[in-house]
Design a protein around this ligand. Structure first.
Ligand code: COI
Length: 365
């Protein structure tokens, strides 16, 4: 499916990053620390709709201090990656899913919806301009890519509480390696008992900054307990597993089921989550979306009924969980994580063009 960049004007950076500096960044990018030379921008006003499509030098935004995003958090974002294949070509993975979710998020946050054409066009225009920033993985074990961050903010200067009549959409890009510092080694999870991420009727299914802001104190608590990530239970019964601070959760059972919490409106509909439910069948697993209680997690691991638990997301890909820590103590998870490793390889092989894209998930940029 060709993506058009037509309609985007270009203002090139006057001082692009030197080749030697770029080379050293790409050697060890970390996650979300460095940004490419340009950004894409489209403006929206109630009077004129979306207009002013542009790729321009990356740099600070000028915002009125009264801009409503700064006060009432009217903001949404996306996470999507661009992968370099062995022949040098650059591809992205199921971008239409991100575009659709971005529209759903926009609706929930009373922001204007952006068309697929503009969402994909902005990504393509930016990646076309900053193509040299897409890392070339040194080996199959390395998962470097260009992480794309589309986001939309309410920029009208007005302190009344109502949807903004001026909005800006941007795409920025950051070369990244693994999300967790240790790479794919198992991470530890803190079960939050004091805090909830989302509640029915709230914004849990939208990808808005506010959900992540609400997770930070619990994430801090996780870090204080020596954990990498926090897991949240549902807000009503304090029983059902929802998701981590920024990733979905999967459980592998002894009898070959791949189980993930069903979508309740309080859980983010992850693109990786959806892809794994599809790939599960090809890997001889039975996918299951249903409620999973915290007791099932604890007892299942203890009894051997649950053989693996892993986190997934665009940023983290698939990361095995090594232990669950809560106020009631620690549950160590078995080592091995062979199913997680197999699914991870299958997914990365498709994304990096090493396996046939039988589902039509890749779009060339
Ligand atoms: C992702 O892109 O996977 C996210 O959800 C955002 C964040 C965890 C980096």
């Amino acid at each position: 499916r060709p993506v058009s960049t037509q309609g985007f004007s270009l203002e090139p950076s006057a001082k692009p990053t030197a080749e030697s500096v770029l080379a050293s960044i790409l050697e060890n990018p970390g996650f979300g620390r460095y940004f490419t030379d340009h950004m894409a921008h489209i403006r929206w006003t109630e009077a004129d709709g979306w207009h002013g499509h542009q790729v321009r030098p990356y740099g600070p935004l000028t915002l009125d201090p009264a801009a409503s995003v700064l006060h009432y958090a009217q903001e949404i974002f996306e996470g999507i990656k661009a992968y370099r294949h062995a022949d040098g070509s650059v591809w992205t993975f199921r971008p239409e899913k991100n575009a659709a979710r971005f529209r759903t998020s926009a609706r929930r946050l009373a922001l204007p919806e952006l068309s697929d054409e503009d969402f994909l066009g902005a990504i393509k225009a930016l990646v076309t301009q900053d193509r040299t920033w897409v890392p070339t993985p040194a080996s199959e074990a390395e998962e470097s890519s260009l992480y794309l961050r589309p986001f939309m903010i309410a920029s009208e200067a007005f302190l009344g509480v109502r949807p903004s009549k001026e909005v800006d959409f941007y795409v920025i890009a950051s070369p990244v390696a693994a999300y967790f510092k240790g790479g794919v080694k198992p991470v530890s999870i803190w079960l939050s008992s004091n805090y909830k991420r989302a509640s029915p009727g709230g914004t849990g299914a939208a990808k808005c900054g506010g959900n992540y802001a609400a997770s930070l104190l619990a994430q801090k608590e996780a870090a204080e307990h020596g954990c990498d990530q926090v897991a949240f239970l549902d807000a009503v019964e304090n029983t059902w597993i929802e998701e981590l601070g920024g990733m979905n959760l999967f459980f592998v059972t002894k009898d070959g089921r791949l189980v993930t919490p069903r979508l309740t409106g309080t859980i983010l509909e992850g693109v990786t989550r959806d892809s794994l439910l599809t790939l599960a069948k090809e890997e001889g697993l039975t996918p299951e979306e249903r409620p999973i209680s915290i007791d099932e997690w604890r007892d299942g691991v203890a009894s051997g009924e649950i053989t693996e638990v892993f986190a997934c997301g665009t940023a983290a890909v698939i990361t095995p969980i090594g232990k669950l820590v809560s106020e009631n103590g620690t549950i160590e998870h078995p080592e091995g994580n062979q199913v997680a490793a197999r699914l991870r390889k299958r997914l990365l092989d498709i994304q990096y063009g090493r396996a046939e894209d039988t589902h039509g998930w890749l779009t060339r940029l």
